[in-house]
Design a protein around this ligand. Structure first.
Ligand code: SIN
Length: 484
C-alpha cells in the first residue's frame, strides 16, 4: 500500500484506491494542517484518466453488487460501522489534523458519520414495492425498485468523514457502486475510510476513491461518461449550479446539498437562556463552517440587547486554538482565503455602521484563526446577512412583529435550515411551518441525525440525505405491467 509516515500518525494511505488496490499518480498535492499552516502529507493528485479508471472499476463491479443479497450488503455496512468505532481515535486525529476542528468535536463526527452506516444497514433490508390490480382490471401493476447504478460522489472538507458516509452508506445499501472524490483539503480521512471498507471485506470496485486538486479536469469526463447514473454533491451553490448544468446534458439523477443562510429567530416568548445556548451550538459547531450554521440572528426587540450581550460573553469565553490541544473549543478556519473572506464580511458590516462586540482571544499562530464575535446594529444591506459566512461571526438584528421576522427569515434564495425559539407553542410551530427551508430546529440549535432527512429547498439543493428518504436517492422505481 502507498503510505507515508507522518507524526503522530504513521501509515496514512496517500494513493488513490481503485478496484481494491492502492495506486500512485505521477503528481502529488500537499495537505495542510490549518492550525499551523504546515504540510502534513503529500497525496496523489489525479488527472483526467484517473477518474475514468475509477469509473471503469465501479461499472465492472455494479451488476454483482446490485445482485448481492441485501442482508449481505447490510452485514458489510455493519462491519464497517464497528471498525470505524474501533478506530475512532485514529479518525478523530486525522480529522483534526487536516480539517482543524477540536479533537472532541472530531470524535463526535466519527460517531455521527458511523451512524449513517448503521442506519442504512438497517434501512437497506426493508425492501418495498406494490402489487395490485389495475383499475381497468386487465393487468396487474407491479412496482419494484432497483439500484440506480454507478454513482459519482463529491464531498466537502467541513465534515471529512460524515459527508462521505452519508453518501456511501445509502449507495451501498441500495446496491450502487461509487467513485468518490473527497475535497482536496481533506483527502486523508477519506483514504483512511477506504482502508476500513477494504478491511471489512467490501468487494473490489464497489467503492473507489481518487484525490485531486484538478476538480473540473477529473470530474468532467466522469460526469459526461454515459455509464455514470448518478451525481451526488455537497458543497457551495456556485459549484452545484455548474455541476447541475453538466448533469442536465446527460439527464443524470442528482442529489445536491448546497449552501445555506440559516436564520436563527428568537421570538418574544423565547426562554433567553435556552436561546443563547442554542445559538452557541448553531453558530459555533465546526467554527461556523457548516451549511447548517446559524448565519443571521433575528431577535425580538424586547430581548435583542440582552441576547447580544450574553451571546457575545459566551463567544468571548471560548478557548480558540489548535484542535489537538486539550481544552480547545474553537479551531481554525480551513485556509487563509477563508480567513480573508470572513474578515472582508466583518469589515463591510462595520463600514456600514455595525458594532463589533469584543470577541474571543485568538492565539499568536501561523494557523488560520478568526476570533468568534457578535455584530449588532447591522445594516440590512450588509454582505454578512446575505452571504454564507462559514465562520464564527454572529450578526444580530432586532424585529418588532413576528410577520416581519418571517419575511426577513425567508428573504434569501437559500432554504436549507432555519431555527426558531419560542415558548408559545402555537406561534412557534406556525413560524416553523412558514419558514421556506427543508429543515427547522424548534428550540434546538442542532438537528443533524442519520435517521432524519437532511436537505434544502430553493437554491439549497435537491434531494435528501439520511432517513428513509436518503435510500430513495439511490433507487429507481420500476413499473412492470403484467397481463394474464
Ligand atoms: C453540512 O455542513 O453540510 C453538514 C452538516 C451536518 O450534517 O450537520
Amino acid at each position: 500500500m502507498t503510505v507515508m509516515a507522518t507524526e503522530p500518525l504513521a501509515d496514512i494511505p496517500v494513493g488513490h484506491y481503485i478496484d481494491g488496490r492502492w495506486t500512485d499518480d505521477e503528481a502529488t498535492m500537499p495537505v495542510e494542517n490549518p492550525a499551523t499552516g504546515a504540510v502534513i502529507a503529500q497525496v496523489a493528485d489525479a488527472h483526467a484518466g484517473t477518474g475514468v479508471a475509477a469509473l471503469d472499476a465501479a461499472v465492472a463491479a455494479q451488476s454483482d453488487w446490485a445482485a448481492t443479497d441485501p442482508r449481505r450488503r447490510s452485514d458489510l455496512l455493519m462491519a464497517v460501522f464497528r471498525l470505524l468505532h474501533e478506530r475512532a481515535e485514529r479518525f478523530a486525529t486525522l480529522i483534526t489534523l487536516e480539517m482543524g476542528k477540536p479533537y472532541a468535536e472530531a470524535l463526535s463526527e466519527v460517531a455521527y458519520g458511523a451512524e449513517f452506516l448503521r442506519w442504512f444497514a438497517e434501512e437497506g433490508v426493508r425492501g418495498g414495492g406494490k402489487y395490485f390490480r389495475a383499475p381497468t382490471g386487465d393487468r396487474r401493476i407491479l412496482v419494484t425498485r432497483q439500484a440506480v447504478g454507478p454513482v459519482f460522489a463529491i464531498t466537502p472538507w467541513n465534515f471529512p468523514l460524515a459527508m462521505v458516509t452519508r453518501k456511501i452508506a445509502p449507495a451501498l445499501a441500495a446496491g450502487c457502486t461509487v467513485v468518490l472524490k473527497p475535497a482536496p483539503q481533506t483527502p486523508l480521512t477519506a483514504l483512511e475510510f477506504m482502508r476500513v471498507l477494504h478491511d471489512a471485506g467490501v468487494p473490489a470496485g464497489v467503492v473507489n476513491c481518487l484525490t485531486t486538486s484538478n476538480a473540473a479536469e477529473v470530474s468532467t469526463p466522469v460526469i459526461t461518461d454515459e455509464r455514470l447514473r448518478k451525481l451526488t454533491f455537497t458543497g457551495s451553490t456556485t459549484v452545484g449550479r455548474l455541476l447541475l448544468a453538466q448533469a442536465s446534458r446527460r439527464v443524470l439523477r442528482t442529489s445536491m446539498e448546497l449552501g445555506g443562510n440559516a436564520p436563527f429567530v428568537v421570538l418574544e416568548s423565547a426562554d433567553l437562556d435556552k436561546a443563547v445556548s442554542g445559538a452557541v451550538a448553531a453558530k459555533m459547531r465546526n467554527t461556523g463552517q457548516a451549511c447548517v450554521s446559524a448565519n443571521r440572528f433575528l431577535v425580538h426587540e424586547s430581548l435583542a440587547a440582552a441576547f447580544a450581550q450574553r451571546l457575545a460573553a459566551q463567544l468571548a469565553g471560548l478557548p480558540v486554538g489548535d484542535g489537538m490541544r486539550p481544552g480547545t473549543q474553537v479551531g481554525p478556519l480551513i485556509d487563509r482565503a477563508a480567513v480573508d473572506r470572513v474578515a472582508g464580511l466583518v469589515a463591510d458590516a462595520v463600514d456600514r455602521g455595525a458594532r463589533l462586540l469584543p470577541g474571543a482571544e485568538i492565539p499568536q499562530s501561523t494557523g488560520y484563526f478568526v476570533a468568534p464575535a457578535v455584530l449588532t446594529e447591522v445594516d440590512p444591506a450588509a454582505r454578512v446577512l446575505r452571504e454564507e459566512i462559514f465562520g464564527p461571526i454572529a450578526p444580530i438584528t432586532a424585529f418588532t412583529t413576528t410577520d416581519e421576522a418571517l419575511a426577513a427569515a425567508n428573504a434569501t434564495e437559500a432554504g436549507l435550515i432555519g431555527y426558531v425559539y419560542g415558548e408559545n407553542l402555537g406561534e412557534t410551530m406556525l413560524f416553523a411551518e412558514g419558514m421556506q427551508t427543508g429543515m427547522v430546529g424548534v428550540n434546538t440549535g442542532v438537528v443533524s441525525d442519520a435517521a432524519a432527512p437532511f436537505g434544502g429547498v430553493k437554491a439549497s439543493g435537491i434531494g435528501r440525505e439520511g432517513g428513509s428518504e436518503g435510500l430513495e436517492e439511490y433507487l429507481e422505481t420500476k413499473y412492470i405491467g403484467v397481463a394474464f
